[in-house]
Write a protein that binds this ligand. Structure first.
Ligand code: SAM
Length: 259
């Protein structure tokens, strides 16, 4: 085999097994590895980690492989080279710290969890079916039999999982809004966040820029039960029927426009 063919095979294997990178992350979260290292208060050897997770002895070498893969992609770091250790010693990195933040509004775990949930993974198995159908259904509907909004309206757990995910996907974005807000909201008196979910972004804006009256419009199952005596007003409805008037309409997160 010449060099070009070897390169081609490496590329093809990379494409073929790329999904294992994602599934390894899900496995680490399912096993609670970032939390275990964080709870330890200091880097953890492979043996310590294996013992804390209470995994069978036969799985120790597999745990090593899992950790090696995630270390390669920067989710963990192996500190063993720094000392004279004979086995790997794992610590958290900036990436893994994002899923164990004590400050809930800065923790990305709900977003990662939701994105790796079966309902969200399943559509990727139906992409070719979707391409072959001349229909308006998105792959999520094809795989799950209905829209996310329909599932969320009848399954409170899915509704919560998704809304929490949206809040957590915004955590870093909120800081930017606060830093740049004086410029962005100059002369603005009112804003409506269309499809604003739990109202996390609207709340950040209302709290930091009190001259902006903030309203959130979202579907009934999302807005249901939200108190309307706070700094954000919640309106229940369908954006295709009605959008409350305001100086600014905020449409945040790409999925709004093709809802
Ligand atoms: C991708 S989420 C974005 C949530 C929020 N903007 C954020 O960035 O965290 C889309 C939101 O649009 C809402 N939505 C979907 N269809 C809608 C419609 N027809 N009218 C109003 N809201 C809708 C969903 O309930 C959901 O909260």
């Amino acid at each position: 085999m010449d060099n070009n063919m070897l390169q081609a095979q490496a590329g093809l294997w990379n494409l073929t097994f790329g999904y294992l990178k994602t599934m390894s992350l899900r496995c680490a979260l399912d096993l609670g590895i970032p939390k275990a290292i964080d709870n330890n208060g200091q880097p953890m050897s492979l043996s310590e980690l294996h013992s804390v997770l209470s995994l069978p002895p036969s799985k120790k070498s597999h745990l090593f492989r899992l950790m090696r893969l995630l270390t390669h992609f920067g989710f963990f770091v192996d500190n063993s080279n720094a000392g004279a250790c004979t086995e790997a010693v794992y610590d958290l990195t900036a990436q893994s710290r994002l899923v164990i933040q004590k400050n809930e509004s800065a923790n990305m775990l709900p977003f990662i969890r939701c994105s790796l949930d079966n309902k969200w993974l399943k559509p990727s198995l139906h992409m070719a079916d979707w391409f072959m159908q001349d229909s308006k259904q998105i792959p999520f509907e094809l795989a799950n039999g209905c829209t996310l909004w329909e599932i969320a309206s009848r399954e409170p757990a899915v509704n919560k999982m998704f809304n929490d995910a949206m809040v957590s996907s915004s955590c870093l974005f909120n800081d930017i809004i606060v830093k740049k807000g004086d410029e962005i909201f100059k002369g603005i008196e009112s804003l409506v966040d269309v499809g604003g979910g739990n109202g996390a972004m609207a709340e950040v804006i209302a709290k930091n820029f009190p001259h902006v009256r903030c309203t959130v419009l979202d579907l009934p199952h999302v807005v249901h039960g939200k108190p309307n005596d706070g700094i954000v007003k919640f309106v229940s409805g369908d954006m295709f029927d009605y959008v409350p008037s305001a100086d600014v309409v905020l449409l945040k997160v790409e999925k709004i426009l093709h809802s």
